[in-house]
Design a protein around this ligand. Structure first.
Ligand SMILES: *[C@@H]1O[C@H](CO)[C@@H](O)[C@H](O)[C@H]1NC(C)=O
Length: 323
């Protein structure tokens, strides 16, 4: 009897080892950088009069105080509300402080609705100096959209902000203050993440048991495999210094949901200081529930982040110019 149990245990251990090796090989073979090459149509934006102008590069020195990068996938309904709020805030701030210059870059991530047309109305109203639209010919995923927008931005600071307007836009001041607090070195490297961690208890009360379970599972995987010390890695309101954006986005591999986690993982590898700042949060109607499949995909991505950097399938890159 004992022998039999021993044999079973041996077989199980062997299977587990084999499974692990298969996962490692798959992780290694499927490793690739995020796609930063652009379709011809993705190299330029339209001015208010409909002329094409080439996008600048993140490698150029900054020429605006702030860039706001808004990834938008089928957001024709929610985005106008968010853009109105953002533009009102930005315009008011510029009137008060004329040295405050800004741009908004809407990245239409291959939408099938009128997201681009609606964003272009803001270009017409405010000029292409203030509002630019980058229309991706194919859907790349949120990480890919934020990446392409960031690579096209001119700001000394770069804010990524979700198109659903769940965060009150004026909370940018809190995030800026958090960024200042941790940005101490001469390299000007810092990141400030908006955070909903202070709202966790409330949101648990409103969610289904399954979603709560998935959320805790996700937090655990993030903590265990990737990023420690940041409670909310997924909030779509994050501020980067231009230097920190260039450094972290240059190493980005993930174009889907888990890209936030990889960015923070990269930042921690480079010892870039990260602030976490509580922001206001409104559950917006029509919020896209993350489908069950995406949770599994995210879980796999998290484990792969850890494995791939560990085995060297993914490496931290130094910023290189691409077009
Ligand atoms: C990268 O994106 C461009 C533009 O969408 C596309 O033409 C190209 O095929 C993509 N490359 C890969 C390897 O997916």
């Amino acid at each position: 009897m004992m022998d039999f149990i021993c044999e079973i245990i041996q077989v199980l251990v062997a299977l587990a080892a084999l499974g692990f090796i298969v996962v490692l090989v798959v992780a290694h073979l499927t490793a690739g950088m995020a796609n930063v090459s652009r379709h011809e149509k993705e190299k330029s934006f339209l001015t208010a009069t409909g002329e094409k102008r080439p996008f600048p590069s993140l490698h150029d020195p900054h020429s605006r105080e702030l860039s706001v990068v808004i990834p938008a996938y089928n957001e024709e309904l929610r985005m106008p509300v968010m853009l109105d709020e953002a533009m009102e805030y930005l315009e008011t701030r510029q009137k008060k402080t004329p040295s405050f210059t800004y741009e908004v870059i809407v990245v239409d991530d291959g939408s099938r609705d009128r997201t681009t047309e609606i964003a272009l109305e803001y270009t017409k109203k405010y000029s292409a100096d203030k509002v630019r639209v980058l229309t991706l010919v194919k859907n790349r995923g949120k990480g890919g959209a934020v990446l392409m927008g960031t690579l096209s931005s001119r700001g000394k600071l770069i804010l990524m902000a979700d198109a659903d307007g769940a965060t009150k836009f004026s909370d940018i001041e809190k995030v800026e203050a958090g960024l200042k607090d941790v940005n101490s070195g001469p390299e000007n490297m810092a990141i400030a993440c908006g955070s909903r961690a202070h709202l966790e208890k409330e949101s648990v009360a409103q969610r289904s048991v399954l979603r709560t379970f998935l959320m805790y599972g996700f937090h655990f995987l993030v903590w265990f495999f990737c990023v420690r010390g940041i409670r909310d890695t997924q909030c779509g309101f994050k501020l980067f210094t231009r230097e920190a954006a260039l450094k972290t986005f240059s190493s980005l591999h993930i174009e889907r949901w888990a890209f936030d986690v990889e960015l923070l993982y990269i930042a921690q590898c480079f010892k870039i200081p990260i602030a976490e700042v509580a922001v206001t949060w409104n559950e917006i109607e029509g919020s896209k529930l993350v489908p069950f499949w995406s949770w599994l995909q995210m879980g796999r991505d998290l484990i792969f982040i850890c494995l791939r950097y560990f085995t060297g399938a993914w490496k931290l890159q130094s910023p290189q110019k691409t077009d």
